[in-house]
Design a protein around this ligand. Structure first.
Ligand code: NAD
Length: 339
């Protein structure tokens, strides 16, 4: 993605449900104060199924992301009822979001068991055990198909090495269980090896998933960039979020076909605290920072990132999930003051 100096960029914003609109408002406020040249195109989840998407997401909102190639997504509550596709699955499939990127960094001043976590998980987002191919073989026996393709594995491995190089990272670890799943995880590893050869400046290693879990909880500082198939990525990325203080602090970004970047907080719509000005907007703010880095607005990204970290480190304005008493707007105002 390249932007001309002084150009205003249009980006799609899905405020989402529950606490989504409140924390999206925080991001807008922070962007205004920092003078980020972004014009938002806001889209909401519809109230009826759109037959063109078979989901509550409208065709127009998907078109907006396709056209702008960049967006920010708040949490979306899964509507109850049959005959429609899940919102996240619709976004993944329709926008070809093939990689989910989650940086996990210890936050200075917010004490957890570790203070040296600085890793990034990159999860293949389209296949593996999540291909939705399950059936009953005979009564009492069911089968679920795990699909691994060369095309999707190469694509996510390529992204992981590209990410490592572009972000000054030293090592990529491929996480697998190829000792048991020789064909599927074996192919995934083969693709990672092929890509690794093109990046001799980046160290490459292979770590078996069970050993990876043990090492992550004993010494997460040993990892740098981790790339893995869908199911392992789903689990490991939440494990890593837990290492730094939980989902309220963890940003993420989905990379899609044609260079699409859709950043999103990984937590849900938190209906228990929605509308009460209690939500922690950090995860969505940090996701917005990832979006700015993708757009190469690095100065703005650095300023906002630093202000968020300073506010948390200060400890004066922390939201309830971090043990504080501050409201969403008090925390947001404190970040704006630092900017
Ligand atoms: P949740 O993440 O919404 O909430 C779990 C707990 O964490 C709650 O106690 C909540 O108050 C707290 N929490 C979450 N985010 C917070 C924040 N920013 N600040 C402070 N506290 C926060 O998970 P859930 O209750 O399982 O799901 C609620 C709804 O969200 C469901 O409809 C689910 O489908 C949806 N969901 C959406 C996404 C997404 O859009 N990516 C992800 C997960 C869940």
């Amino acid at each position: 993605f390249s932007t001309e100096a002084g150009e205003t960029v249009r980006a799609t914003l899905f405020p989402g449900d529950g606490i989504g609109p409140e924390i999206a408002e925080s991001v807008k406020q922070v962007f205004n104060v920092a003078g980020v040249p972004i014009e938002w195109e806001e889209h909401y989840v519809g109230t009826e199924v759109d037959p063109r998407t078979e989901s509550f997401l409208t065709w127009e909102s998907l078109e907006s992301v396709r056209k702008n190639k960049v967006g920010l997504k708040g949490p979306m509550a899964t509507p109850i009822g049959k005959g429609h596709r899940s919102l996240n699955l619709t976004l993944r499939k329709e926008l070809g979001l093939y990689a989910n990127v989650r940086p996990c960094n210890s936050l200075p001043g917010y004490k957890t068991r570790y203070d040296d976590v600085n890793l990034v998980t990159i999860r293949e987002n389209t296949e593996g055990e999540y291909s939705g191919l399950e059936h009953q073989v005979v009564r009492g026996v069911v089968e679920s198909l795990k699909i691994i393709t060369r095309q999707a594995s190469l694509r996510v491995a390529e992204y992981a090495f590209h990410y490592a190089k572009a972000n000054g990272r030293e090592r990529v670890s491929a996480i697998h269980k190829a000792n048991i799943m020789r064909k599927t995880d074996g192919l995934f590893l083969k693709c990672c090896r092929e890509v690794a050869e093109k990046y001799p400046e980046i160290q490459y290693e292979e770590v078996i998933i069970d050993n990876c879990c043990m090492t992550l909880v004993k010494n997460p500082g040993l990892f740098d960039v981790l790339v893995m198939p869908n199911l392992y990525g789903d689990i490991i990325s939440d494990l890593c979020a837990g290492l730094i203080g939980g989902l309220g602090l963890t940003p993420s970004c989905n990379i899609g076909e044609g260079g699409i970047c859709l950043a999103e907080a990984v937590h849900g719509s938190a209906p228990d605290i929605a509308g009460k000005n209690l939500a922690n907007p950090t995860a969505l703010m940090l996701s917005a920072v990832m979006m700015l880095r993708h757009l190469q607005f690095n100065d703005k990204a650095d300023r906002i990132h630093k202000a968020i970290l300073q506010t948390i480190a200060d400890g004066k304005y922390r939201t309830a999930d971090l043990g504080g008493k501050a409201s969403t707007s008090e925390f947001t105002n404190a970040v704006c003051d630092y900017i």
